[in-house]
Structure formats: structure tokens, C-alpha cells
Design a protein around this ligand. Structure first.
Ligand code: DOR
Ligand code: ZN
Length: 444
């Protein structure tokens, strides 16, 4: 099967490319980018005006909940949401039930993904057995079974010696350790960022130092061991400072931020709906100075990736007192519109940098294929429409859950289509002209 995406703006930072060009897809792989001639048997698709062709976006931090919590999400529904959000691949966190801490679980996830997933699924294995923070999991087995990283996400790796051993061990295997950095004794029973807002609302606080202390520890341990640490959902200016300083010393540390942490502050906890549990997540929404610092980090290269921390929960779990609600919000279908509207449109970053943050860097950090349109790579392509209007409508979400604070938000920037291995897995009928990007069968 050959397909030519003709005449779109193609942005691929891995080739220093930002120009109008054609993309030729052959047998699920990129055959070439540039001025291409459509030979015999090639299906030609005109990329709609205003659309941008990018290497497929990769969300390196997603909770798919299967196995064990299929009432919140399944591999099928979570990856359908990913496709609709412009992601051609997701990495799924191991806090399933049971936790993905052994090869047989990883194999079961990959088998279910092969049968039901709409996009590529890369499992992340647990750092410790049962994610209990006590004994290392069989990390080599996890890698052999297909895990691309290890993490106890949802929880930190609480002890420094376990983190040291994890970094030493994964160094031999070439995997990153992804840490959810919250020093447990400082986090305590906190539910919101420790500061003015938590005080006036009577919520127990999670201080910024809970995050920054552990990030500083991890940077020191990565420096000592030579291992590779990736900081999940970094949320504070202090932690960002540690990453920046570590990087300057040559430490192998990378980090991601979420769309909710760069668009919202804890001021939202009072307004417009006080104690809205769709604003309860871990780490919590921080203050304006933190958001400003994250924007600086996105701009100056300190932040490596945008990841959603897509964390589905059901209404009966979320519609309870703030204190009792689970942490987390969904994010797969809102990430690209939020990034286009809040980062690209106001000029915080340019499109090539967005592609780096959402595609090439996640691919590099996880060591997976994709993140590029170089000839020979998988034909995973995200086509975005930066000028198209997009209104968040949770009623139409592909996810099984609806826990998002962005319902009704009007944004500029949408996903036009998502292509995995040359096959269109999502088309946005609301983007002018995008229907041509759909599968040939659907258009006939
Ligand atoms: O808010 C969160 N929810 N943060 C996490 O780290 C875990 C996640 C979940 O699994 O619900
Ligand atoms: Zn986490």
C-alpha cells in the first residue's frame, strides 16, 4: 500500500525540516519526505490547507487501568482517546491491579493491546515488587518482555538506596527510571498545594519541597551512578531548578510537564466551582510563579516532554468530599489543543519545539521507534490544524471516564488526523477538508 500526503507544512525537528513537502508512505513506513512524484498505484491525499504534518505524537505517561480497573478505562477506550488526541503511541504506567511488576503481566498487556489497541502501547514496568518500594522488581525480565522504562508512578521510590540500586541496574539495561517525586513524610495527607489557597479552603497542603527534595535526591543519585532518571509530571520551580543545574553538570536527567500544570494554578480550587475534585491531582496544581517557571522551561529546553498523566476515574469515585476523592484527571484528548492554544499561539514556543516535546523527545527518552519522519521509520503521523477552533466536550470523549476540568473550554488548535503505521486511526470531521485523510474505504 502506498499513500502520498501531498502539500502540507511538514515539521520534523529530527531533520531540521519546516517546509511545505510531500510525505510518501509505503507498507506502513515512511518512504520519503520532500517533493515526491506519485507513481502508479499511489493513493494521493491532499493535506488540507492550514494543516501541519508531524511525526506521530507519543504520550509517555498514561494510565490505561487494564488489568484490574476496567470500570475506569481499558486499553481499547484509552487508546481510542489517544488516537482522537493525536497520539500514535502511549506508554502505560504499571499501577494496574495487579501492578505490572513481572514479565507475565507485561506480556498480557501487550497481548491485549495487540487485540484491542488503536495506537501503539509501550508498557512501563514497576521499579519495585508490587510497587511497594521495598525490593526491586525483576527489571531485566520486564525489559525482555517489552517494558520501555520502569516507574512506581502514583508513588515515589521512597528509599534512596532502592533508587540507587534501580539506577545502577537500569544503567546496565539501558532503561530510564521514571520517578514520581513526592517525599512521603512531607506529602503526608495533603491534597492541595501548600500555600494561601489551601489555607483559606482548609485543605491539607503538599509543599513544593516534597517534590523538589526528591528531585534533588534523584539528580544526585543519577550523577553518582551514571544512571538515567526521568522526572514525571514536574510541577514546581524549585524542582525545575534542580533539573537545570543537574543537566548543566552533565547528569542524565530528563523531565516532563503536563498540560494542566502549565495552564492552571491552585487559584482554580476556589473558582468557579469550589472544591471541584476535577482539580485534584498528584502533584497538585501549583502557584502562578511555578506556571511561569514551567513555561520558561518549555521555552528554554529544560523541559524535555509534554505528557498527560491521563488518569481516569469514575464519577462515583470523584463526586465525593475533596479529601476523599482519588487524584487525577484525564488528558489525552485535550493535550494538543491546550498546547497549541496556550504555548504555540501566544509564542511561548514554536511548532518545531512542540513536535520535539510531544514526539521526538519522548521517543528518544523511551528508546522507541518513531518521533521522526526519516525514511524507513514507522509511518506514525499526527496531522494538526493549529488554527482550527476546538471546544472541549467531555460528553464526546472516547475515554471511559469524564474527570477533566477543561469541559467547555474553547481553544484554537485541533488534531486533524492520526495515522499509525500508515493507517488512519482518527479523523476529525470538524476540521475543514480533513475527511480526505480518512481511510480510502470510508470515503468510497
Ligand atoms: O493524579 C494522579 N493520578 N497522579 C498520579 O501520579 C497517579 C494517577 C492515578 O493513577 O490515578
Ligand atoms: Zn505520578
Amino acid at each position: 500500500m502506498k499513500r502520498l500526503l501531498r502539500g502540507g507544512r511538514v515539521v520534523d525537528p529530527t531533520q531540521g525540516l519546516d517546509a511545505v513537502a510531500d510525505v510518501l508512505i509505503e507498507d506502513g513506513r515512511i518512504a520519503g519526505v520532500g517533493p515526491m512524484r506519485a507513481g502508479a498505484g499511489v493513493e494521493v491525499v491532499e493535506v488540507p490547507a492550514g494543516c501541519v504534518v508531524c511525526p506521530g505524537f507519543i504520550d509517555m505517561h498514561v494510565h490505561l487501568r487494564e488489568p484490574g480497573q476496567e470500570h475506569k478505562e481499558t486499553i481499547a477506550t484509552g487508546t481510542a482517546a489517544a488516537a482522537a488526541g493525536g497520539f500514535t503511541a502511549v506508554a502505560c504506567m504499571p499501577n494496574t491491579e495487579p501492578a505490572n511488576d513481572c514479565a507475565s503481566l507485561t506480556e498480557a498487556i501487550l497481548k491485549a493491546a495487540a487485540a484491542t489497541a488503536h495506537v501503539r502501547v509501550y508498557p512501563i514496568g514497576a521499579v519495585t515488587k508490587g510497587m511497594k518500594g521495598e525490593q526491586l522488581a525483576e527489571i531485566a525480565d520486564l525489559k525482555a518482555a517489552g517494558c520501555v522504562a520502569v516507574s512506581d508512578d502514583g508513588r515515589p521510590v521512597p528509599s534512596a538506596i532502592i533508587m540507587r540500586r534501580a539506577l545502577e541496574y537500569t544503567l546496565m539495561l539501558g532503561l530510564p527510571v521514571i520517578d514520581h517525586c513526592e517525599e512521603p513524610t512531607l506529602k503526608g495527607e495533603g491534597t492541595a498545594h501548600e500555600g494561601y489557597m489551601a489555607s483559606v479552603l482548609g485543605l491539607r497542603g503538599i509543599p513544593a519541597a516534597a517534590e523538589s527534595i526528591m528531585v534533588e535526591r534523584d539528580v544526585a543519585l543519577a550523577e553518582m551512578t551514571g544512571g538515567r532518571v526521568h522526572i514525571a509530571h514536574l510541577s514546581t520551580r524549585q524542582a525545575l531548578r534542580s533539573v537545570r543545574a543537574g543537566r548543566e553538570r552533565g547528569v542524565r536527567v530528563t523531565c516532563e510537564v503536563t498540560p494542566h500544570h502549565f495552564t492552571l494554578t491552585d487559584a482554580r480550587l476556589a473558582d468557579p466551582i469550589p472544591y471541584d475534585t476535577n482539580l485534584k491531582m498528584n502533584p497538585p496544581l501549583r502557584e502562578a510563579a511555578d506556571v511561569d517557571a514551567l513555561l520558561d522551561g518549555l521555552r528554554d529546553g529544560t523541559v524535555d516532554a509534554i505528557a498527560t498523566d491521563h488518569a481516569p476515574h469514575q464519577p462515583d469515585e470523584k463526586f465525593v468530599e475533596f479529601d476523599r476523592a482519588p487524584f487525577g484527571i484525564i488528558g489525552l484528548e485535550t493535550a494538543v489543543p491546550l498546547a497549541l492554544d496556550r504555548l504555540v499561539r501566544p509564542g511561548v514556543i514554536a511548532l518545531p519545539r512542540l513536535v520535539e516535546l510531544m514526539s521526538s523527545n519522548p521517543a528518544r527518552i523511551l528508546g522507541v521507534a518513531g518521533g521522526t519522519l526519516k525514511a524507513g521509520s514507522p509511518a506514525d503521523v499526527t496531522i494538526i490544524a493549529p488554527e482550527a477552533a476546538f471546544t472541549v466536550d467531555l460528553a464526546r470523549s472516547r475515554s471511559k471516564s469524564r474527570n477533566s476540568p477543561f469541559d467547555g473550554w474553547r481553544l484554537a488548535g485541533a488534531v486533524a488526523a492520526t495515522i499509525v503505521a500508515g493507517r488512519t486511526v482518527y479523523v476529525n470531521a470538524e476540521v475543514d477538508g480533513a475527511a480526505v485523510l480518512g481511510p480510502a474505504a470510508a470515503r468510497a
